[in-house]
Write a protein that binds this ligand. Structure first.
Ligand code: GLU
Ligand code: MG
Length: 447
């Protein structure tokens, strides 16, 4: 698609604004919008943005990061193939963007370019990571004092579907209009909790779509006077919202995770990739479950996976290998990272997943024994002997694990790693010093 093609489509749809979206180190989605006047030029050369934005945390507190102060510009340069007409905002379209330095190269901080780098490392092995996100989120109203879930019904209950059905119908239509493939919807366990899963796609497309899905979930809710939140733990006493990532490696139309001769269908490559993910899981949490609120979700026995392990159909394992579907064995062979939520920057989470898996492939790692029970029920001494350690229990621990992981740090590169850690650590400082209502408000409306 060329800038001219996008402009023609914008005119056909009577667009007045096109949002240039990005997701920062704080995991929030932000945008600058171009008017119709000058649109083609901005689609070609981008919109200017202060270099400081990548040092901004999710409380709009600017962090002192070298080179990310008041002086200096990057360009938000769109990937034109990501253009969408937004069904939930009047006469508005959107594109996803890279952060491009003034010399025309990707800025070292650009998260989307980081994911592209990881994809090209995989491509050297002839592999493409396909990923899909399963987003859980909470639908609520604001009663003037607090957010109230729209239902108090049971898990997967049809009675819980009723209060949300008009919203969900509009959501499905909005996803469809953006050519985002929806697989399933249901009312999840928590009060007001919903879940949608979208189709798998090559890593970059999956991460782009994750941002569009997050925007759509919230945008459609706002149109209906509702509030939708993908915060990892929207209410302290209610179920957490996961943003599980299903992943597999492909080579053309062949799923390289699949081996029909293996009892669990997993190929040697899949095992090594998974072993790499497990080896780096504590640090990966710093990218995939990165907010203060994330660690009120990742607790034992809430089906979020709180111990470093993998298992077959084990929903207490942060890496779950789901049973294949009979008749669709190859197509359905995949693993799921549960230690991920929608407060992450999806480019960093998926890029980190690739970096971890690549290390497993390079070292031909073998995963430890799978855990086929709830790991919290294994006696402490046996857990210790088997190396089934607790995942980070706080945002601070996750960020320390990330900083202590040379593979993930090298993959990010110094500028991205330094700014990311500064931003996320400043959130820890702010929320650790405040109370629970401040944490809830701080995450509910931002993710
Ligand atoms: N809500 C759980 C989480 O926080 C996941 C429940 C499930 O779908 O297995 O990840
Ligand atoms: Mg679920």
């Amino acid at each position: 698609m060329t800038a001219r093609d996008v402009a023609v489509r914008a005119d056909e749809a009577d667009l007045r604004l096109v949002r240039f979206l990005w997701c920062g180190n704080d995991g929030t989605v932000r945008a600058k919008a171009s008017a119709r006047h000058g649109l083609e030029g901005r689609l070609e050369t981008g919109i200017g943005l202060t270099v400081a934005m990548q040092a901004m945390n999710s409380l709009d507190q600017l962090q002192p990061v070298e080179g990310m102060g008041p002086v200096g510009e990057v360009r938000l340069v769109p990937d034109l193939d990501t253009f969408r007409i937004l069904p939930y905002a009047p006469n508005t379209g959107a594109v996803l963007t890279d952060h491009i330095a003034l010399d025309g190269d990707p800025a070292p901080v650009c998260q989307r370019s980081f994911l592209k780098r990881m994809e090209s490392m995989l491509a050297k092995r002839g592999l493409v990571l396909r990923a899909s996100f399963e987003n859980e989120f909470s639908l609520a109203t604001w009663d003037g004092v607090e957010y109230v879930p729209v239902d108090s019904g049971l898990c997967f209950s049809t009675i819980s579907m009723t209060p949300s059905q008009d919203y969900v119908d509009a959501l499905v239509a909005a996803l469809d209009a953006q050519e985002i493939v929806l697989e399933q919807y249901y009312a999840e366990l928590g009060h007001g909790q919903q879940e949608i899963s979208t189709g798998h796609a090559p890593a970059l497309q999956a991460a782009d779509e994750q941002l569009l899905v997050r925007e759509t979930i919230r945008g459609v809710a706002a149109q209906q006077g509702l509030v939708a939140s993908l915060a990892p733990k929207p209410w302290p006493e209610n179920a957490g919202n996961g943003g599980h990532v299903h992943f597999s490696l492909w080579d053309g139309t062949r799923n390289r995770f699949h081996d029909s001769a293996a009892p669990d269908s997993l190929s040697a490559e899949a095992r090594s990739f998974i072993a790499g993910v497990l080896a780096h899981l504590p640090g990966l949490c710093g990218l995939a479950a990165p907010s203060f609120n994330s660690y009120h979700r990742i607790v034992p026995q809430y089906w979020a996976g709180a111990f470093v392990c993998w298992g077959h159909d084990n929903r207490e394992a942060p890496v779950r290998v789901a049973s294949v579907f009979r008749g669709l064995e190859e197509a359905s062979t995949n693993a799921e990272l549960k230690a991920c939520d929608a407060s992450c920057n999806p480019y960093l989470a998926v890029g980190g997943l690739i970096a971890a898996g690549l290390d497993g492939l390079a070292r031909e790692l073998e995963p430890p024994e799978p855990v086929e029970v709830d790991p919290a029920t294994i006696p402490d001494d046996e857990r210790a002997r088997r190396g089934i350690v607790r995942l980070p229990a706080t945002q601070a621990e996750a960020l320390d694990a990330l900083e202590g992981d040379p593979v993930l740090m090298a993959a990010l590169g110094p500028t991205l790693a330094e700014s990311y850690l500064a931003v996320r650590r400043s959130e820890w400082t702010a929320y650790a010093a405040a109370d629970e209502p401040f944490e809830q408000r701080g995450h509910f409306l931002k993710y």
